[in-house]
Design a protein around this ligand. Structure first.
Ligand SMILES: Cc1cc2nc3c(=O)[nH]c(=O)nc-3n(C[C@H](O)[C@H](O)[C@H](O)COP(=O)(O)OP(=O)(O)OC[C@H]3O[C@@H](n4cnc5c(N)ncnc54)[C@H](O)[C@@H]3O)c2cc1C
Length: 446
């Protein structure tokens, strides 16, 4: 493949190789990555289309990439095999003015989630998805992964916010469906299908998003509890009082790490097996939190104090990264099974001879825990398999919100019957008959 032909489309400054490409070739966790032919940075949908059409004619594999914050190796090359071109969408970072009639906004795939949130908020609206990587993750990446995050209990996942999409098929054909109609039952929901497709079907270039009215003043509280059953009970009591906007959990290892690594003060009177973080829409008077005098709890109503309490949860990934390369397993189980499954999981992982540290944090309200494991080599998959198989036995998901990527493609059978995988392969073949788009991500090569 001739890099000059790519440079003719996007300009020579936007075809990167060697050291300039290095940051695109390895993922945020530093666990996944491999060599690329080059990185191409198109600046418009027309350029995305021309690049894909060229690469498709030449049969060159392509990996779409947004902010490169994905945690399952889906946006970076595999360590071996034919090196792909990395198609970085970050330059598509435009955001249209808010449409106040529809309560929607259209944005380029490369705008960061944080930029979309701020844009909405400045116009008196709110975007319903939030996660700690907000200032690096792109809106296109969050749609491509159907990102979850800390507001799912209140607003649902990214797919629930998606009102339209523009995407480019591997052969360069542009599909545009950005009108954002509230009602539109005309056949299969292609936007919904591309949401969560992890760059395997088409390259997302723009999205149309539903916005929410802001909740007004809120209260955030942290409370120490003895176990998952108690954590779920606190959450249930809060839900009986008011609208819960977030219900998160951090275990003792996560609390110890985040206080030492991020230099945060210990927020409660004593250590506890679990700490629950709740944010509730109660007008900011703390009436939505079900804490009493016997609880070891702390409550924040001012914006700065609320943000300070959120830091214990938001800096978990960073805190665990201080232990080296972490096996990050993002799983979910039905809430009724969470207490038992998580307790057994702690023993299963803790007893493994190579594991030096294991901790858990996550989105309690969604039954979604992130199991963080230090010790085993980056390419040692034994502990990953043991955790995922355990969760599958509980009827859970091996990927709650991060996607399957390259990390879990060989474990898909734990959650999807062979007939379902056959249908997924047929869908893949319909969109990408030559299999040039993100090969090895989500579906293993045949
Ligand atoms: C500190 C931290 C906290 C996180 N918290 C959460 C969380 O709470 N919830 C959650 O769901 N995730 C979380 N994540 C994971 C990550 O932020 C999300 O998966 C996010 O949606 C990825 O966006 P990105 O732009 O970085 O995508 P990338 O990492 O660049 O790519 C992710 C996948 O999407 C594909 N892709 C990217 N852009 C496009 C596009 N325009 N068209 C087609 N395919 C594309 C890639 O090929 C890849 O398969 C967190 C990550 C970090 C580092």
């Amino acid at each position: 493949m001739n890099e000059r032909a790519l440079a003719d489309i996007v300009g020579p400054a936007h075809v990167l190789s060697g050291d300039l490409a290095a940051g695109y070739e390895i993922d945020w966790s530093r666990r996944f990555g491999g060599p690329s032919r080059c990185v191409v940075r198109p600046g418009s949908t027309a350029e995305v289309s021309a690049v894909l059409s060229l690469l498709s004619r030449e049969g060159v594999p392509v990996i779409p990439q947004g902010g490169n914050t994905g945690l399952v190796g889906g946006g970076v090359p595999a360590p071996s095999g034919e090196p792909p071109v990395i198609l970085s969408l970050r330059r598509l970072d435009w955001i249209d003015p808010i449409d106040p009639l529809a309560g929607q906004v259209t944005a380029g795939a490369g705008a960061t989630l944080g930029a979309v949130q701020r844009h909405a908020s400045e116009a008196g609206w709110e975007y319903g998805v939030d996660l700690a990587a907000r200032d690096t993750a792109t809106i296109g990446g969050t749609v491509a992964t159907n990102a979850g995050g800390i507001r799912v209990i209140a607003n649902g996942m990214t797919r629930a916010q998606l009102a339209g999409i523009e995407a480019v098929r591997p052969d360069g054909t542009v599909i545009s469906h950005l009108a954002g109609l509230a009602k539109d039952n005309t056949g299969y929901d292609l936007a919904g299908l591309l949401c969560g497709s992890e760059g395997t079907l088409a390259v997302i270039t723009a999205v149309r998003l539903r916005l929410h009215r802001p909740e007004g003043a809120t209260t955030v509280g942290l409370v120490g509890v003895a176990d998952y059953a108690a954590a779920l009970e606190v959450m249930a009591q809060a839900r009986a009082r008011t609208r819960v906007l977030a219900a998160e959990v951090i275990d003792a290892v996560g609390m110890r790490l985040v206080t030492s690594v991020a230099g945060l003060p210990w927020p409660l009177q004593a250590p506890h097996p679990l700490v629950v973080l709740l944010e509730v829409a109660d007008g900011g008077d703390a009436s939505g939190l079900p804490f009493d005098d016997d609880d070891d709890a702390v409550v924040a109503v001012e914006a700065g104090d609320r943000a300070r309490l959120w830091e214990y949860r938001e800096r978990q990934s960073e805190a665990f990264s201080s232990l080296g390369v972490i096996h990050k397993l993002d799983v979910s189980v039905p809430l009724a099974s969470l207490a038992r499954c998580a307790t057994e999981l702690a023993h299963l992982v803790g007893d493994h001879p190579d594991v030096t540290d294991v901790g858990v944090f996550g989105h309690l309200g969604d039954g979604n825990i992130h199991v963080e494991i230090a010790g085993p080599a980056a390419d040692d998959l034994a502990i990953d398999h043991a955790v995922l198989a355990h969760v599958a036995r509980y009827g859970g998901s091996i990927s709650a919100e991060h996607g399957v990527g390259r990390a879990k493609a060989h474990e898909l059978h734990l959650c999807r019957a062979s007939e379902q995988v056959r249908i997924m392969r047929a869908i893949k073949a319909a969109w990408d008959p030559d299999h040039i788009l993100n090969p090895g991500c989500l579906l293993l090569p045949m």
